[in-house]
Design a protein around this ligand. Structure first.
Ligand SMILES: Cc1cc2nc3c(=O)[nH]c(=O)nc-3n(C[C@H](O)[C@H](O)[C@H](O)COP(=O)(O)O)c2cc1C
Length: 414
């Protein structure tokens, strides 16, 4: 189909779209450009009624979702690449915002190439932007693992309508020569006059009791209130899928999880307590500190772990007699798992109790800057414990957002 003829199709005939055709289109679309040739996307094909019904609410029950023979959810996907790296002794670093943007770019390029090929074949397609409005519902329905995030949905089928084509803004609205030219009031008028004069748009303004077409967008279709609420949901879900650290989101408080998961990822952070070398194990949930264990780094009395180890897992373990204990597990450079059993047994009970108290505060998600202030304000009897609290505060400062870290460091300097 000539691009000048294309339009979104929202009504489909009952004629099925064969697996053979769908697979061919997907395979051909995968020839599109992709970052590092990594293909940072995946496609979930939905054909069953039950699954369409599950997806529909996330798309505000737009009728195409249940009416189309095929629904495709295209996801930004760093899971497969990360698993490949882990399986090949390579250390992946793709649990961050940049990686999400790269994977989302890949996914959207793939989506658009697929649309062009499907339309050339005579199929009708509708792009659903609602995919990123309530992504958690889609993640739950499609059982998407961490580092997989839905970015686009396409409803697909043989067209049962030929709707009129929509207008487009003139070239001067989208093209700038050499540098970005300002939109003077005259230029805005020239860009939008044609659209505002269309009878359907005049009608739209009238039935919505608005003065201008722009007001229909700001006050009804895409409002600040909705955008802000959905942005917050989007950021929280990005953090849950591990593309963002939960504590890097200003104003987004990680959810309280009272029941400690059996296994928590953990950072291993060394710190100085008086003249002694100590180590902290910071258990993380959604990327934010959830608990802390500390102890002397020592072969005989305390705990000894190779210098290269900076990450691992804290595992809650019950003995046969129901006694609870916490183990630390890490993977050696050669890929072997090593477990140090009974973290609690190895540490001085007094520090253990203070650490328990701090962990309680962390578990209920007091913002980290408050936790740091609380710990540094403690005036305890014993000088060594005071030095320990200063060490723990330094460890936790690592989890402040960058801007706050700088601020705290400035406050520390006399
Ligand atoms: C990011 C994005 C989100 C969209 N979301 C929806 C949607 O949720 N529902 C829908 O019916 N159309 C959706 N569309 C289709 C647009 O409404 C459509 O492309 C636009 O009105 C222009 O019409 P045309 O595609 O027929 O030229 C979306 C398109 C894009 C690119």
């Amino acid at each position: 189909m000539n691009i000048k003829e294309r339009r979104t199709i929202r009504k489909y005939t009952q004629q099925p779209v064969s697996d053979e055709l769908l697979n061919r289109l997907i395979e051909d679309a995968s020839r599109t450009q992709t970052m590092g040739n990594l293909q940072l996307y995946s496609v979930v094909v939905t054909r069953s009624e039950a699954m369409k019904q599950m997806l529909a609410p996330a798309h505000f029950c737009q009728p195409m979702v249940t009416q189309a023979p095929v629904v495709l959810t295209v996801c930004a996907d760093f899971r497969r690449t990360t698993d490949w790296c882990l399986q090949r002794r390579a250390t992946p670093g793709y649990d961050n915002a940049l990686s999400f943007l790269n994977a989302a770019t890949d996914a959207l390029l793939f989506t658009q190439t697929f649309c062009c090929l499907a339309e050339e074949e005579g199929l009708g397609v509708c792009f659903l932007g609602t995919t990123v409005y309530q992504p958690q519902s889609i993640i739950d329905a499609l059982e998407l693992p961490e580092l997989v995030f839905p970015v686009a949905t396409l409803t697909l089928g043989w067209p049962a309508e030929i709707p009129p084509q929509t207008d487009r803004l003139p070239l001067k609205a989208i093209v700038h020569q050499e540098t970005y030219g300002a939109f003077t009031p005259e230029r805005i008028d020239a860009c939008y006059a044609g659209r505002e004069a269309l009878p359907e748009n005049k009608h739209f303004v009238e039935i919505n009791n608005k003065e201008t077409l722009a007001q229909v967008f700001t006050d009804i279709r895409y409002t600040r209130k909705d955008n802000e609420a959905m942005s917050e949901g989007l950021l929280t879900t990005l953090a849950r899928q591990k593309f963002l650290r939960a504590d890097s989101l200003p104003g987004v408080i990680p959810t309280v999880v009272e029941r400690r998961p059996e296994v928590l990822e953990c950072d291993v952070v060394r710190f100085q307590n008086k003249k002694e070398k100590w180590v902290a194990f910071v258990g993380l949930l959604d990327g934010a500190p959830y608990e802390i264990f500390t102890g002397l780094q020592d072969d005989e009395e305390g705990i000894a772990i190779p210098k290269s180890v900076s990450k691992g897992f804290i595992i809650k373990h019950y003995d046969r007699d129901g006694q609870k204990r916490y183990d630390f597990q890490f993977v050696t450079g050669r890929g072997y798992k090593t477990t140090i059993e009974g973290l609690s047994e190895r540490f001085n009970p007094e520090y253990w109790d203070y650490a328990k108290l701090i962990s309680g505060v962390l578990r209920y998600r007091m913002p980290i800057d408050h936790v740091v202030r609380l710990i540094t304000s403690l005036q305890l009897e014993n000088d060594t414990i005071n030095s320990w609290t200063a060490g723990v505060a330094r460890v936790l400062k690592k989890y402040l957002p960058d801007a706050q870290q700088t601020l705290e460091e400035e406050e520390d300097t006399p």
